[in-house]
Ligand binder design. Structure first.
Ligand code: GLN
Length: 457
């Protein structure tokens, strides 16, 4: 109840699209509150959670922050939500996001932007963005409304807002956590992500939701062994610092934080080595092409017929599709559909799509080489974002809109390679805003990744 109070108090931050205790009562289904009273000892008993509004929740509207799904009420639960419920967690609300999870700021939502609680003052228009696209989930946690929240991560959408809001954000290995019921953005890169205040809390949630799911054929078939937090001998760990991640546009605060943690690790006798991931510079372009191609194909399901918004003009089938989509989607979504279809035209297919797939393989091999090749390292340490949280007015300026893809510079390679990555808040910038670093590891290295992350937080 205290969390719910905080959620309501925090309404001006716009973290939630729907507060679900009320919604659940309206629909006459079991009130989430009853889980509090039921005293079976479950791993997440009574723990308040938020869920990004692109995960399906039975009888609770799931909008993707889009006009297209404004009135969509799913008839089934995403696997991650059913597992959290089974573990005793209590859903407080569905969290705000960029429309269909396309963005890095949580500024492009039909419900308006989410505000970062850091440095926020009432009626001050100099407020900072929450990062995105899971900004609602990050703010729900950092404002104290939830102990943990689920986001989705296709190119950094869990780690980026976690970093800007000073909380921990995990993108698990692709296939470790079921995507069943997560409305797809880029099927080959999407993973449910976890946001919480500490690495230990993130781990507790991961332990409840990870593992095979027969409803998602891309989940890994082997059973998941719950992760235990343990004392590590840091002198046995090798950490690589990829030199390509030191890129143009990275702020002094971020660079200094990266150096500061590297030094702390050296003091613990951790082996630190400079490594190279030579294809990093093309990564953003490759990510954008593949993202847009999969978006173009995924969005074809929104035709105004089965579900979602249906425009009034039904003069012809094509007309109905076109007007439903132009009324249902914002410019970012429509632009990606156009771009994706352009890359997929027969005459462009080899030039863009196939080439991007080949480069994706090289990017993924770069990681394999540093983790398995000669002089291999166990984990990589990089910044999560290039700067601390930008002001809303700066972020939406024309210049930054054009540079938008660049926000994902440090995060999207992990999605293309399918590897796990975690963002950890480290210290405050000169503007008193959180600065976070990212650890990445080989596929299924969550145990080591989270145990080392706990040392850094
Ligand atoms: N900013 C990226 C994009 O817009 C990340 C999205 C995500 O991870 N969902 O594609």
């Amino acid at each position: 109840d205290l969390c719910l109070q905080k959620a309501k108090q925090a309404s001006e931050l716009n973290a939630f699209v729907t507060l679900t205790v009320e919604e659940a009562e309206n629909h006459g289904i079991e009130s989430e509150k009853r889980l509090y009273i039921d005293k079976n000892v479950k791993p997440l008993e009574g723990i308040s959670i938020g869920i990004k509004d692109n995960f399906c929740t039975k009888n609770i509207s799931t909008t993707c922050a889009s006009n297209m799904l404004r009135n969509f009420v799913p008839t089934y639960d995403a696997t991650v939500y059913s597992r959290l419920r089974q573990a005793g967690a209590c859903l407080i609300g569905k969290c705000n996001l960029d429309e269909f999870a396309m963005g890095s700021g949580t500024i492009d939502s039909i419900f308006g932007p989410t505000r970062n609680p850091w440095g926020y003052r009432k009626n001050d228009d100099k407020w900072r963005i929450a990062g995105g696209s899971s900004g609602g989930s990050a703010v729900a946690v950092s404002s104290g409304a939830c102990v943990a929240a689920l986001g989705s991560d296709t190119g950094g959408s869990t780690r980026n807002p976690a970093a800007l809001c000073g909380v921990v954000g995990l993108k698990p290995t692709y296939g470790l956590v079921s995507r069943y019921g997560l409305i797809p953005l880029v099927n080959s890169m999407d993973v449910p992500g976890i946001i919480a205040r500490t690495v230990e809390d993130v781990t507790a949630v991961l332990n409840c939701i990870a593992g095979p799911d027969e409803l998602d054929s891309t989940t890994l078939k082997r059973d998941f062994n719950p992760i235990v937090m343990k004392e590590l001998d840091m002198s046995k760990i090798k950490i690589g610092i990829p030199k390509e991640y030191n890129c143009v546009g990275m702020s002094k605060d971020v660079l200094e934080t990266w150096q500061y943690v590297t030094k702390l690790l050296k003091n613990e006798k951790t082996m630190i080595r400079s490594v190279s991931l030579p294809n990093t510079s093309v990564s953003i372009a490759v990510y954008s092409i593949l993202n847009q191609c999969e978006v173009a194909s995924n969005m074809a399901r929104y035709d105004g017929l089965e579900y979602g918004l249906r425009a009034n003009e039904d003069y012809s089938t094509e007309e109905l599709y076109a007007s439903s989509r132009s009324q249902g989607f914002n410019n970012v979504v429509r632009w990606r559909i156009f771009a994706g279809n352009y890359f997929l035209l027969a005459r462009n297919y080899d030039k863009y799509f196939i080439k991007a797939l080949k480069l994706r393989r090289l990017i993924s091999n770069d990681f394999k080489n540093v983790f398995n090749g000669e002089d291999s390292v166990d984990l990589l340490l990089t910044p999560t974002t290039l700067t601390d949280a930008p002001r809303y007015e700066d972020f939406v300026s024309k210049h930054n809109r054009d540079q938008c893809a660049f926000q994902d510079y440090c995060t999207q390679p992990a999605n293309m390679a399918g590897i796990p990555a975690v963002s950890i808040p480290v210290r405050l910038s000169n503007d008193n805003l959180p600065v976070s670093l990212q650890l990445m590891g080989p596929c299924l290295s969550e145990d080591l990744l989270l145990n080392v992350a706990r040392k850094i937080e």
